[in-house]
Design a protein around this ligand. Structure first.
Ligand code: ZN
Ligand code: ZN
Ligand code: ZN
Length: 329
């Protein structure tokens, strides 16, 4: 198997250069021919000059040489056996050609999972590269032109991931992936490009808490939200502050003391087990309160079976204090 040298694979590609390659038939033809020959399990997949020249529709060898030369070095490597990818060239092709070859389709499908907000019926939809878990009875957690009505969550997932899973498998897999995803967010690692995320806390001071609809002022069901924006690719993720403390050792320990021991992260993506765990999770209440605005302090109270654990967070979402006095110790 091939190993990718880390120092090389992370080197940056100037965007103008990528657009130039994408817009040029000959350069794309060369990369496509290398991609067709590429075998991750073999080291004998180099393409000879003559094979490459034949694979690309070009009448003039001077033209061909000119464009091959432009790719050589950063994207393509010439060895004794012929031409192969450099790690950056492979990464480019994987994101452009490999992703475009997949078609992920999911008609809105009812799914046997109750709405976490109102207990109503829910379904899964897929649009614009995102899977949405949507309630058919209430307004969900989000109010935005970007999200379908009743959205409980929306998660980016590649067409390839959608194409090869049933709606139940999709729901279980995305729930299963929640923990590593939230760990990446709280570790400020962009799930799209591995860039650095900027983390912030947003408070809606005019929050109108409707029974079953998101607030018309901020667009969310809860007034206090964590936001992450990637400084490199502008990927945006948002979640409740309770999601940030879900993996805190004090919370895991509090729940464990109350016999909730299914574990974070989930150790399986079996649908029935995931749904069962989600039902246990629904019995755990997370309340968020604004303690002070200057400095910004937020308290998250975790309540289960009559006992409570309270955590105080600052604007960087760091846990400053844990209050065990009502935790049933
Ligand atoms: Zn609902
Ligand atoms: Zn609001
Ligand atoms: Zn990013």
């Amino acid at each position: 198997m091939k190993s990718t040298p880390l120092d090389e694979s992370q080197s940056d590609i100037p965007p103008e250069e990528v657009f130039e390659i994408l817009g040029n038939e000959i350069r794309m033809g060369i990369l496509r021919a290398l991609w067709e020959a590429y075998d991750p399990m073999s080291t004998a997949d180099a393409v000879s000059f003559s094979e490459l020249y034949e694979a690309v529709p070009v009448s003039d060898s001077g033209q061909f040489n000119y464009h091959l030369d432009k790719l050589r070095g950063r994207y393509v490597e010439q060895t004794d056996e012929g031409y192969t990818f450099r790690p950056v060239g492979l990464k480019l092709v994987q994101s452009v050609i490999a992703g475009a070859g997949q078609e992920g389709r999911l008609e809105p499908t009812d799914i046997a999972v109750d709405c976490e907000r109102c207990g109503g019926d829910t379904r899964l939809t897929y649009d614009g590269g995102r899977v949405y878990h949507v309630c058919t009875d209430c307004g969900g957690h989000f109010e935005s032109a970007e999200y379908p009505d009743g959205t409980l969550w929306g998660k980016s997932f590649s067409p390839a991931g959608v194409a090869h899973r049933s709606p139940e498998e999709l729901f279980a897999t995305l729930t299963f992936l929640d923990w590593p995803m939230s760990a990446r967010l709280t570790g400020n690692v962009c799930p799209r490009c591995s860039g650095v995320l900027e983390q912030s806390l947003a408070v809606c001071y005019d929050h109108e808490s409707w029974e079953a609809e998101p607030c018309p002022n901020c667009g969310y069901s809860e007034p206090i939200r964590a936001h992450w924006v990637c400084a490199t690719c502008k990927h945006h993720a948002t979640g409740s502050v309770s999601g940030v403390v879900e993996n805190h050792p004090a919370v895991i320990s509090f729940l464990y003391d109350h016999d909730v021991d299914f574990g974070y992260p989930y150790s399986t993506n079996d649908f029935d087990t995931v749904v069962e765990n989600e039902e246990i999770k629904a019995d755990i209440d997370y309340d968020q309160d604004l303690v002070s605005t200057d400095p910004l302090r937020v308290r998250v109270t975790v309540a289960y079976d009559g006992d409570e654990l309270a955590l105080t967070l600052d604007s960087d979402l760091d846990v400053l204090a844990v209050d065990w006095s009502n935790a049933g110790e």
